[in-house]
Design a binder for this molecule. Sequence first.
Ligand SMILES: Cc1cc2nc3c(=O)[nH]c(=O)nc-3n(C[C@H](O)[C@H](O)[C@H](O)COP(=O)(O)OP(=O)(O)OC[C@H]3O[C@@H](n4cnc5c(N)ncnc54)[C@H](O)[C@@H]3O)c2cc1C
Length: 394
Amino acid sequence: MSGALNDEELRFRDEVRDFLARELTPELRQAGRRCSGIFTEYHDGNRWHRILARRGWSVPHWPVEHGGTGWTPVQHHIFASELAAADAPPRAPMGPGMVAPVIIAFGTPEQQQRWLPAIRNGDDYWCQGYSEPGAGSDLAALQCRAVREGDDYVINGTKIWTTHAQYADRMFCLVRTATGGKPQAGISFLCFDMDTPGITVRPIISISGDHELNQVFFDNVRVPVAGRIGEENQGWTIAKYLLQHERGGSYAPQLRARLRRQRRALAQANLRGAEAGDLALKLADLECAVDAMEAMDMAALRAQVRGEPRGIRPSMGKTLGTELRQRLDELAVEIAGQYAAVGLPLDDRLDGPLPLPEDAVYAMSAYLNDRAATIYAGTNEVQRNLIAAHLLAN
Ligand SMILES: Cc1cc2nc3c(=O)[nH]c(=O)nc-3n(C[C@H](O)[C@H](O)[C@H](O)COP(=O)(O)OP(=O)(O)OC[C@H]3O[C@@H](n4cnc5c(N)ncnc54)[C@H](O)[C@@H]3O)c2cc1C
């Protein structure tokens, strides 16, 4: 992290480092390094989440009364930076970072009691049922229907691009509970178990060869009304609140960790002359951009800890953070040179020593996987629209 830390912050950083030295096993570090997606494979991610939970650090951003840490913005930043620098597996945000803030802000005490502890300790893994084949950027066009029958809703329809639905215990889902009128006015926010009869999960394999995405089908799926958060037909406000959390968060720690790896990869590539100079210059340019990103992250963290509304910050962070990520990927492929073209069988990619430099082998899968970064969580074109609308209105 740039900038000086005071004594207390240095003590905290050492405490995090000691913890990582003890608890972050070589296997988990390898899983973190070899993760080409936004977050790691389920089993490694969940194993790491449970270790953090035992230390009380699995959900540091939550309010203290629900198991958060009450850290200062700088402590949050130190924690995220130390984890990224130590190659900790990035964890999926759908439970801790997306649905949990909604449950905390809009859920009843019973719902909070039912869902939050299991997210915190890693017993429950969640997936996000927002997008549909005809409803992505125009999310309010969603058609997946839920019809009330007594104490249940009966769901029919489909969701698509559902990340890690194959592992999820529960889904938070936007459903249409009314038609006619404004499309936004007929949407409800439902949570239910993924093993409910009538739910089918079909894989979608991405260009990088990973199975992260799925299409989910609902065929007369009967779920309790008690799983609805907020009032019927009032889900749109909740949906938007969740999106702010999906797009928010810190980008700089991961970017800086990648930058550090690329610096090392460049040194190991042993290039000379103009090519080496050109790549070093690009790295320096990216470092300046990561510094600027870190300043933005810190401003957002401070505002979050003060309890201020997030405003347009998540859209700005998402746009800059994901585009920087892609620039870093492009540079990693350049540094890897011909090794970037080597495709190892999937099994070889996961474990054990590699016949080539590790960073080079992962450069291409990260590059391919991160093409999606400017699409998910709301495309960057749409974020630019939101930023422009905000600027024009103020
Ligand atoms: C890797 C990955 C993981 C995902 N995980 C999930 C998940 O777990 N759960 C979930 O619900 N969804 C998930 N999504 C879906 C994601 O939210 C949508 O892909 C995204 O919102 C875009 O919707 P779309 O794909 O339908 O594209 P479209 O909305 O059809 O957009 C197509 C193109 O048109 C542009 N465009 C559309 N509207 C405008 C506009 N108003 N102004 C300017 N340009 C516009 C877009 O920027 C884009 O380039 C995931 C997507 C990806 C790629």
